[in-house]
Design a protein around this ligand. Structure first.
Ligand code: MN
Length: 431
């Protein structure tokens, strides 16, 4: 973890409070420890929304924020005996002091205290639907608060997800510096492994190299399970077995990213394990790259966030027609979305604390438009399954190219450009 100025979290809470209705309160919970199997747990990863507004990295915690800006933290009590097993914990008093809360309370007292705190407020906000157990707790506390006083109105429960998501969508300078570092580490990792990849290495060998390079560059955690897919396994979008040999002459598709200060990077490269694209592989690759470039160019301030999607569909469709994969007119290809046989996922997603950042793409009927300092992945692909109606020589080719793109005043910036995207440069790395 990097050193962060802890005041940014309080500033974000003030910004949230200014968007809340008067006499309201927002309730947010942390992640909890998740069991893996008997007596073992998955590594703890803080909930991104909770972290964004608290900076607090412990499980079993709840934040309450009032519309007047007052904020409370509920967390574990200091427990020296437990700390001998599980390590340092702040305790609620020190947590309140260190993380700029107005007061701190023992999480064990929350069922008693939360109804008292929300009693008399008009509205309770929560990130409804993100955590069903917490939703149930919030409803329980509202019910308890409603029953405390016979002569009062019912408290409204409202969803704050879109408002918080819109805030997270526009990255602050401190966030951007973390994202740049995350993207730099991931790009250097891809570059290093591509330059070492050789015939004889398996998917497992390559995955091991990626994980090692992430850590060598200082990133402790991956941002998602890597996909290392040789040959036609690249056509399986969420392939994570990563345990097969890669034959001479095959491509390998690697989708792998890391975290830095909890911010995600997300890169895909597809390269020939023997260092040289075949004519067919190269032809498909160049179509995907062209679609990638066209989609990047569609990222402009004020443009709709689905414009890159449309640009990629148009570009890929023309390419699929040029390759002879589709023979219909462009109008028919676009109207019937025939490209979907070869391009069956979306162009990309918001990127930030979550690899699929928890931010909206539309609010009501209205699409979200690009603003400066939003980050979106651009990742078009072509996947030629065995069932496709094309010459056999194309079958089994699966190619995706993915970069992390920042919306800027003048257009866009590729945050992951340290690893090349074009085929000649990739072959050059592999010499
Ligand atoms: Mn992605």
């Amino acid at each position: 973890m990097t050193d962060l100025n802890i005041s940014i979290f309080k500033e974000r809470r003030a910004k949230v409070a200014s968007q809340m209705e008067s006499n309201s309160i927002l309730m947010l919970c942390s992640s909890n420890i998740v069991p893996r199997n008997n007596d073992t747990t998955f590594p703890f990863r803080q909930d991104s929304n909770f972290y964004y507004l608290t900076g607090f990295n412990e499980p079993n915690s709840v934040m309450l924020l009032k519309s007047d800006g007052t904020a409370y933290i509920f967390c574990r009590n200091k427990n020296p005996e437990l700390e001998k097993w599980d390590g340092f914990m702040w305790g609620y008093q020190a947590a309140a002091d260190e993380f700029n809360f107005d007061d701190g309370f023992d999480i064990n007292d929350i069922d008693q205290l939360a109804p008292q705190i929300i009693n008399g407020t008009s509205t309770v906000y929560a990130l409804v639907g993100k955590n069903k157990d917490f939703d149930q707790q919030v409803i329980k506390w509202i019910t308890a608060a409603n029953s405390m006083e016979r002569h009062q109105g019912n408290i409204d429960l409202k969803n704050f997800s879109n408002q918080l998501g819109m805030m997270r969508l526009v990255k602050e300078d401190s966030e951007l510096s973390l994202m740049r570092k995350s993207c730099e580490i991931a790009a250097l990792t891809h570059k290093a492994v591509i330059s070492k990849a050789k015939v004889g290495m398996s998917e497992f060998d390559l995955e091991t190299m990626y994980l090692n390079e992430f850590k060598t560059h200082g990133s402790k955690d991956i941002s998602y399970t890597p996909i290392v897919a040789g040959g036609e396994r690249a056509c399986i979008l969420h392939y994570i077995d990563n345990n097969q040999p890669i034959a001479d002459g095959e491509l390998v598709l690697v989708d792998a990213g890391c975290e830095w200060g909890l911010y995600a990077s997300d890169i895909t490269r597809t390269y020939p394990i023997n260092g040289k694209f075949s004519a067919e592989q190269r032809a498909v690759y160049d179509v995907v790259l062209e679609a990638h470039n066209k989609a990047c160019e569609a990222i402009q301030i004020g443009a709709n966030c689905t414009d890159p999607q449309k640009a990629s569909e148009l570009s890929l469709s023309q390419g699929l027609k040029d390759l002879g994969f589709l023979t219909q007119s462009m109008d028919e290809i676009m109207d019937k979305q025939l490209f979907r046989e070869f391009y069956y996922h979306k162009i990309g997603h918001w990127l930030g604390l979550d690899v699929h950042d928890d931010c909206p793409y539309s609010i009501g009927e209205k699409e979200v438009t690009f603003q400066k300092n939003m980050v979106m992945t651009i990742e078009p692909g072509i996947y030629v399954n065995q069932t496709a109606n094309v010459d056999d020589k194309w079958k089994g080719i699966g190619i995706r190219i993915e970069n992390d793109i920042l919306a800027t005043d003048t257009g866009y910036e590729n945050l992951t450009s340290l690893v090349p995207s074009n085929a000649d440069e990739i072959e050059g790395l592999m010499q």
